[in-house]
Design a protein around this ligand. Structure first.
Ligand code: ZN
Length: 331
């Protein structure tokens, strides 16, 4: 059985939130072809998406074709809308969550849901997290930063505590990549910025002590943890040579935290996948394809399937590790 924990979905139609709230560049969908739509942000085309981004029957057909048994559904990070007024951010989150809730109820054996929450207001975020728990979600997806605020304990500790007490898995996805306005050419925000953004989130959580303060928190980072694990030697060396800068909130060696969080398998590279397995253990790697986007796996599961890993290791990545991270029971 294969569980793909990293797939994105959007409702087929979105309300005109900018008109309803009277401000802002909330994403709009413009269907210009029966199987294609533009995501529009303000007056700019953000991304062209295909029918598999919103049509559940097409997704089910493709899952059959790619031998994916269960997709874990999350919204597209640009929909987070953390910049909106809190009550409006809540409305957007509720709209997106209700859409995913419908699908996971209708096809409970094929789809699992990750919620989105208005993190610009911790109380509203927790309120929506509780609601989503009660309607069947197994976890929540959040951004690597919230309006460029780092995910440090001081700002987000209450939310992490709520994830722990509600037993909700936490998926952290890069978005609004730091410095992206300076690297607009060559798609560099996606190629260079995204891995760095994820590393930023992991480093902030380790150095601010999140993993010690919230030992029950089950966190998974997208894209193999970005550039964090490949640069752990440098990060550890910095901790050794300048503890006055690095170890100010947490005295522990950052390497100590490898194996305390999950990462998805979407590294696009067999050697890097093996390196990550060596560093954090295969039981902390979960199949993630970033379906249905071009930068994701064009054949979900293909990287692991064609890797030189043993069938036992593949089985861990495809189902044992995802089930443990999500606390899923599948018969
Ligand atoms: Zn993604």
């Amino acid at each position: 059985m294969i569980i793909d924990i990293h797939t994105h979905i959007i409702p087929p139609q979105l309300p005109d939130f900018s008109k309803e709230f009277g401000y802002g560049e909330f994403i709009q969908l413009q269907h210009h072809h029966p199987k294609k739509a533009w995501m529009i942000q303000g007056d700019k085309k953000f991304r062209e998406i295909d029918i598999n981004c919103w049509d559940v029957s097409v997704r089910l057909e493709e899952m059959e074709k790619f031998k994916i048994d269960i997709q874990v559904l999350s919204t597209i990070p640009v929909m987070f809308s953390y910049w909106a007024k809190p009550k409006d951010g809540l409305k957007v989150a509720q709209f997106l969550n209700d859409h995913i809730a419908e699908i996971i109820h209708q096809y409970s054996k094929k789809f699992v849901g990750l919620a989105t929450v208005p993190l610009q207001d911790i109380n509203l975020a927790i309120q929506e997290l509780e609601r989503c728990k009660s309607i069947g979600f197994k976890g929540v997806q959040i951004g690597s930063n919230v309006n460029q605020k780092n995910l440090t304990e001081q700002e987000f500790g209450e939310f992490f505590a709520a994830c722990e007490s509600l037993d909700m898995a936490l998926f952290i996805h890069p978005w609004e990549m730091m410095g992206q306005e300076y690297i607009t050419k060559y798609w560099l925000p996606w190629l260079v910025g995204m891995p760095a953004e994820t590393a930023r989130a992991i480093a902030n959580m380790i150095f601010s002590g999140v993993f010690d303060k919230h030992p029950q928190l089950r966190v998974c980072f997208a894209h193999g943890g970005g550039s964090f694990i490949p640069t752990i030697g440098r990060i550890e060396h910095g901790w050794e040579c300048r503890p006055d800068l690095v170890a100010i909130d947490n005295p522990n060696n950052p390497r100590h935290y490898l194996g305390k969080f999950w990462v998805d398998s979407h590294t696009c590279d067999h050697k890097l996948l093996q390196y990550i397995i060596d560093e954090i253990g295969v039981e902390k790697i979960v199949q993630g394809s970033d379906y249905p986007f071009p930068l994701g796996e064009s054949i979900p599961g293909e990287l692991v399937r064609t890797s030189p890993l043993t069938s036992e290791q593949k089985d861990i990545i495809f189902n044992k590790a995802p089930m443990e991270w999500l606390k899923l029971q599948v018969e």
